[in-house]
Design a protein around this ligand. Structure first.
Ligand SMILES: Cc1cc2nc3c(=O)[nH]c(=O)nc-3n(C[C@H](O)[C@H](O)[C@H](O)COP(=O)(O)O)c2cc1C
Ligand SMILES: CC(C)(COP(=O)(O)O)[C@@H](O)C(=O)NCCC(=O)NCCS
Ligand SMILES: [Mg+2]
Length: 399
């Protein structure tokens, strides 16, 4: 994202305080950031705070009317931006966007720009659910230029729990990264994408299990990337902790057998399936429903093979469906990946060197060699898992 240009529009809601973190994270990643504040936004967070975090400056309506910019400020900023983010988006500014109004720097810059615009509304539940607000929201989204970060449900600043909570900074940041990558293109629009994530656990009593270090980060990145490209996404995951993905159908489970059932159920409808989960290959043969006392623990554990989900999906695959696998390997990664691609009838495999620094389990970055059924290979150098997800979808869509 280094050197890319992101314009942040802030309208007047209390959620503006969380956008400081978005700006700070972008600036630290080397992104060129500028901010526009409405007069109401400046009541919540000062332009000085945003200007300092941005490094490149924050602008208000006072600047809009200054005669010394050379060319009009809204034209300069509109032409400069590669991605425009409006967060928080107030009911008031949303109404202006829906109507095409331009009575301040922020809304003039919207009309004087052509880049994709990411909208993150935030407001009290009664405000959000107002028919006029909902009408405006539907109206703006008919314009493909706008990308929605729909608000979530949770605790609001008025001490109420309900809809209207602004998307979290981490989600906004992820979608900015996607928009910089795709330039707003939705090449997976209407496609059903099924993704598995995380590492399964095979318990032999209520507290002890066979597992692996997978965290689900690659699968979550794939789900985000697919969602940002317009897909209808289902995420089947065995991840401990919350999966905060709004707009993704999420199925939580624990064991390989549960994952098998869920994947088989969802697979029929899927256009594209990516198996990013690390599924245990074996499970303890016996399960004890009560915790075994230490003294009763066996010296050796008898194991049984678990069904190979990916191979089963490969056998069920129809010609219109695409199936993508991951091969987490150490040492020579290409040879075993090619074998897995062929045996399991995959369309694409990502050969993943898990013994390299900044790659594989738990890390935020990844590197891989992508291989398709025709034998084409592309090496992807270390990048964020979200960037890896986009490179993978590009590779699949290019054929
Ligand atoms: C304390 C306080 C909190 C507010 N929070 C929100 C909010 O979360 N969402 C919203 O749409 N409006 C909120 N408003 C109302 C807007 O600030 C008001 O509609 C303003 O005119 C918006 O102007 P702008 O869209 O130009 O920024 C709040 C107002 C106050 C005084
Ligand atoms: C205000 C806030 C950003 C607080 O988030 P936080 O709980 O993570 O600190 C979040 O609750 C939110 O996005 N709320 C929607 C806007 C809102 O509450 N407006 C005021 C209602 S009167
Ligand atoms: Mg395996």
């Amino acid at each position: 994202m280094k050197g890319r240009r992101v314009l942040i529009g802030v309208s007047g809601g209390i959620a503006a305080y969380k956008v400081c973190e978005v700006v700070s994270t972008l600036a630290k990643a080397g992104v060129e950031v500028r901010a526009i504040l409405t007069d109401a936004a400046a009541e919540f967070v000062t332009p000085l705070t945003f200007a300092t975090l941005c490094r490149l400056g924050a602008f208000t309506d006072k600047d809009f009317w200054e005669p010394n910019h050379g060319r009009p400020l809204h034209i300069l900023l509109g032409e400069w931006a590669e991605v425009f983010v409006i967060a928080p988006l107030t009911a008031n500014t949303l109404a202006k966007l829906a109507g095409g109004f331009a009575d301040n720097l922020l809304t003039n810059t919207v009309l004087a720009s052509k880049c994709p615009i990411l909208l993150a509304p935030a407001m009290n539940t009664d405000m959000w659910e107002q028919p006029a607000v909902q009408r405006n929201w539907r109206e703006v989204l008919t314009d493909g230029r706008y990308h929605a970060m729909s608000p979530g449900t949770g605790m609001l600043a008025c001490d109420r729990v309900g809809a209207g909570r602004m998307a979290e900074p981490s989600e906004i940041l992820a979608q900015i990264e996607s928009l910089l990558y795709t330039k707003g293109d939705r090449d997976l629009a209407g496609k059903r994408v099924l993704i598995s994530a995380g590492g399964t656990r095979e318990y032999f009593d209520p507290v002890r299990f066979i597992g692996n270090p997978a965290t689900g980060k690659m699968g979550i990145a794939l789900a985000r990337a697919a969602l940002h490209r317009g897909a209808i996404v289902t995420l089947v995951h065995s991840i401990t902790g919350e999966v905060p993905l709004l707009g993704v159908r999420s199925i939580a489970l624990t064991s390989a057998e549960e994952m098998r059932q869920a994947m088989l159920e969802c697979f029929t409808d899927a256009d594209l399936t990516v198996m990013a989960a690390a599924v245990a290959d074996v499970k303890p043969t016996e399960y004890h429903s009560q915790k075994l006392p230490k003294r009763s623990l066996p010296d050796a554990l008898e194991l049984t093979q678990v069904p190979d989900i990916l191979a089963e999906l490969g056998r069920l695959k129809q010609s219109h469906q695409k199936l993508i696998g991951f091969a987490a390997q150490t040492g020579d990664i290409v040879k075993p990946a090619l074998e897995k691609l062929r045996v399991k009838k995959l369309d694409v495999i990502a050969a993943n060197a898990i013994d390299k620094i900044g790659s594989g389990f738990g890390s935020d970055t990844n590197q891989a060699i992508l291989i398709n059924a025709e034998g084409k290979q592309v090496e992807i150098a270390s990048c964020s898992k979200l960037a890896m997800a986009h490179r993978l979808f590009d590779f699949v869509m290019e054929g």
